[in-house]
Design a protein around this ligand. Sequence first.
Ligand code: MRU
Length: 343
Amino acid sequence: MQTATHDYSLRWEEDALLTVDQRQLPHTVRLLRITTVDELIEAIRSLAIRGAPALGVAGAFGVVLAMRAHSTGTDVDFGGVHRDAERLARARPTAVNLAWGVRRALGKVSSGRDAALNEALAMLAEDERVNRSAAENAADVVLRLCPDRPLRVLTHCNTGRLATAAFGTALGAIRVLAGRGRIEGVLVDETRPLLQGARLTCWELKELHIPHRLVVDSAAAWAMAQGEVDCVLVGADRIAANGDTANKIGTYSLALAAQRHRIPFVVVAPESTRDLGIASGRDIVVEERGAEEVLEFGGASVAPAATSVYNPAFDVTPANLISAVVTERGCVLARDDLVPGGS
Ligand code: MRU
């Protein structure tokens, strides 16, 4: 491991995947050097690498690592590569991007060792382009929905460069809006239990010099009631064909509160997060994580020993609570009353 400051979150260098270790932020900017599929699975499960688009790209590089592990000279044990790919794709179940990224690179393995690597490198570059387009499109949609004043945006979890290969999705849209001089400030949900908002989004917003305030998740509805929020911008882990959207736990409550206060609720994601193979959110598997994430805070216990815990990492927001879903293709799903002619 090395310590450094870099503006990328994933990179391929000398037969290894280099990534910013998101578990250590905001205190330490540390690079993790991953050379095996098992190391990658552990990094994904423990959220050293996280965020749907970053998981997709990491999954593709995982196939490259599997190819290297199962190659002797020009012989490749394709069975071994496929078994590793399956384990990788299952490391986290909710974000469709992980399985998508694994599948895309796996589709190239029969064309040789370099073909999978070239595909993963192409996905790395593509992710930045796609995020920039989605972010620009989302900024346009937000300005149509909220044309009147410098915006107070509320966001949840981390959807920035750390959660992607570069630039970010919902946080990318906030960057674009800030670049156009349209952001007054960002309210950042801390995002219990693992604090992706507090630890990662505040870190990125500070780096970008975008004004922001951190709120506890349970303050969001009250902030809306107090007229402190013009628009909610979030990312996604999986979007069903009908627009139902899985994202970090707490997103559904934000959408309910936004509807109550007639505040636009916009989802920004790459097309690779849309799963047109499932009709609705009922088919989305919601990852449940370990009890210790809820029973402890900063390593200190916050509940009586052996308390039972329910710890869903995601929730599914029904499409009818979402004003618009915006991707690199534009506004792909919209509630007509909120985005006239949007989809
Ligand atoms: O558990 P995490 O931190 O991987 O959850 C991430 C999210 O919920 C993000 O909002 C989503 O992946 C979109 S990232 C551009």
